[in-house]
Design a protein around this ligand. Structure first.
Ligand SMILES: C[S@@+](CC[C@H](N)C(=O)[O-])C[C@H]1O[C@@H](n2cnc3c(N)ncnc32)[C@H](O)[C@@H]1O
Length: 428
């Protein structure tokens, strides 16, 4: 143990406290991040005046409704990074395929149910509202639309209900398109009242999801569930347990959308991966819950790069139609996006090729170096991974800390710290 290690790590009650917290929240992310966990816990222990881990665990156990100290702790542990129309390719697929399909299927019931699970401060749920409003147009008042945003962090939900956002949360919405989604407010933007009225936010911990919904369960019969950038913090057993529970909350032909880094084996028994331009969508299998293929269904063999490449979705309110593919110069970002989809489909070799093409076209492409490093590390090529992570770090040299990383979801400071962590682990 180094001298810099937080003293809490020497508390004999720490391992049990850690186990309880990780089991209750699913945040296995902290499994190998004792320093980070202990630092956060030390803040909470000091705030409560708890003498040590055992005393703090007793405080948590005295809060069975998890509205008191649990809430404060969850506030320390969760990360609420989100923005409007994050992963534009998925919103494009929602707009062009998933929503029209659900609307046509539900024409008789005129009911549409969407769930943003792990919604943070609500940008994802409000983005859905903007798409649904545009998709239904004048028919909207005749439909019973439910857009539910849930999260484990009550402070995020309170912020979500206010519907107030900074410029940063709108970075993917072109200034000319913002009026359909937000209106100016002191210090930033507020979601338009008609969209705020379409979304409901509720507290919910995904670890509390039961295998099947109870008869009066409101978390049921969804046409589409978005659970994106939530499960990256969970471990494989948690994902394997969660996947069928999410499937059980969908209607027969329902869809699940997850983050780029979150797909893979745990989902393939309950969901069929479907390739869309730049994204993989997961359709609930018809036999979900009745059969579990021992071998995961093979993802489609063709490369998504062959499909039409849409213009970036900037705003759901006035959707531009996808135009037929025009001959384009080779685009490193397009190869990169294909690589992400291919990684989700576990087509690792094709993903590696696409990443190398992206890097060949743009040697300064930090996110492509990062993905290649991660791919090589998982394959056991540690020297290759070290080289790729170092290259990624070098690409960031010219950027300021607060700048967004091109084609990434992080800013430069976040990516630098992520890369430093990877390099530390590889050199250890
Ligand atoms: C990085 S944000 C993702 C927000 C949004 N889905 C997006 O992609 O922009 C992750 C969210 O998951 C929530 N979360 C983490 N563990 C959770 C759990 N066990 N149940 C529900 N939400 C959880 C966090 O509080 C946080 O708001």
């Amino acid at each position: 143990m180094s001298r810099a290690d937080p003293p809490l790590l020497r508390d004999p009650g720490y391992p049990l406290l850690k186990r309880r917290i990780l089991a209750a929240t699913g945040l296995a992310y902290f499994q190998d991040k004792d320093e980070a966990l202990a630092e956060r816990l030390e803040r909470r222990l000091a705030a409560c005046g708890a003498a040590g881990c055992a005393a703090y665990l007793a405080l948590l156990e005295a809060d069975p409704a998890r509205t008191g100290e649990w809430d404060a702790l969850v506030g320390e542990l969760t990360i609420g990074e989100t923005f409007f129309f994050r992963y534009s390719q998925q919103f494009q697929a929602l707009r062009d395929r998933l929503l029209p399909e659900a609307i046509a299927r539900n024409a008789a019931t005129r009911r549409l149910r969407l769930w943003s699970a792990g919604c943070a401060t609500g940008a994802e749920a409000y983005s859905l509202a903007a798409l649904v409003r545009a998709a239904l147009g004048e028919r909207l008042p005749e439909w019973r639309v439910t857009i539910l945003g849930t999260d484990i962090n009550r402070a995020f939900l309170a912020q979500a209900r206010r519907g107030e956002f900074s410029e940063w949360a709108l970075r993917d919405v072109a200034p000319a398109d913002r009026a359909a989604v937000v209106e100016p407010a002191p210090g930033g933007w507020r979601v338009r009242p008609e969209l705020r009225g379409m979304v409901e936010f509720r507290h919910h911990n995904l670890m509390d999801l039961t295998p099947e919904p109870a008869p009066d369960d409101r978390l049921a019969d969804f046409d589409i569930i978005l659970c994106r950038n939530v499960m990256i913090y969970f471990d494989q057993p948690t994902l394997a347990a969660l996947a069928p529970k999410l499937a059980a909350r969908l209607v027969g032909h329902g869809w699940l959308l997850i983050g780029h880094a979150e797909g893979g084996a745990p989902f393939q028994a309950d969901f069929e991966p479907v390739l869309a331009p730049g994204a993989i969508l997961y359709r609930r299998r018809q036999d979900h819950g009745t059969s579990r293929p021992a071998v995961a269904a093979a993802p489609p063999r063709h490369r998504p790069v062959a499909m039409s490449r849409p213009a970036p979705c900037r705003n759901g309110a006035a959707p531009a139609r996808i135009r037929p593919p025009a001959p384009l110069p080779p685009d490193p970002v397009a190869f990169y996006q294909d690589a992400l989809a291919l990684r989700q489909a576990e087509q690792t070799e094709a993903a590696e090729q696409a990443l190398r093409r992206a890097i060949y076209l743009d040697r300064g492409f930090a996110m492509a170096h990062l993905q290649l490093g991660d791919l090589l590390r998982r394959r056991g090529d540690l020297a290759g991974a070290l080289k790729s992570f170092t290259n990624a770090l070098r690409c960031l040299a010219e950027f300021g800390e607060d700048q967004p990383v091109p084609a990434g979801e992080l800013n430069v400071a976040e990516l630098r710290s992520l890369l430093a962590g990877q390099l530390r682990q590889l050199r250890a």
